[in-house]
Design a protein around this ligand. Structure first.
Ligand code: FES
Length: 129
């Protein structure tokens, strides 16, 4: 079958980035001390990456709409300051978690995966099962 070239006036679409790239891993420490390594795609949330990998205790009931707090995690101290400031809504929701917040609490749905977060280590609260 002969190939048909498009007319010269046909606009072309150049796709320069065909596939999202998975970057390294994030480590979720379960309440029993087990570590779960999770690969994640740039731009997704840590919550979605955890759920896709079956991390126990990360529920994400609201899908990341900041209305459930079931994605609460404790971020290991050396990583916490690299995550940037907590937004006002997230800060409010952190007061409604099933386990009391600490100075290193975050909602994992608000942490966006970037290459610089490779190795990010988080602990899942024991109360989220
Ligand atoms: S998934 Fe509901 S607040 Fe994070």
């Amino acid at each position: 079958m002969p190939l048909i070239n498009p007319p010269e006036s046909t606009p072309t679409l150049r796709v320069s980035h065909l596939h999202s790239r998975a970057h390294g891993f994030r480590i979720f420490i379960q309440p029993d001390g087990n570590k779960v390594k999770v690969d994640a795609v740039d731009g997704t949330s840590v919550m979605k990456a955890a759920i896709a990998s079956g991390v126990r205790g990360i529920i994400g009931e609201c899908g990341g709409d900041l209305s459930c707090a079931s994605c609460h995690v404790f971020v290991v101290k050396e990583w916490f300051d690299l995550l940037g400031p907590i937004g006002a809504f997230e800060d409010e929701m952190l007061d409604a978690t099933s386990e009391d917040r600490t100075d290193c609490s975050r909602l994992s749905c608000q942490i966006v995966v970037t290459p610089s977060l490779e190795g990010l280590t988080l602990t899942v609260p024991a109360s989220q099962r």
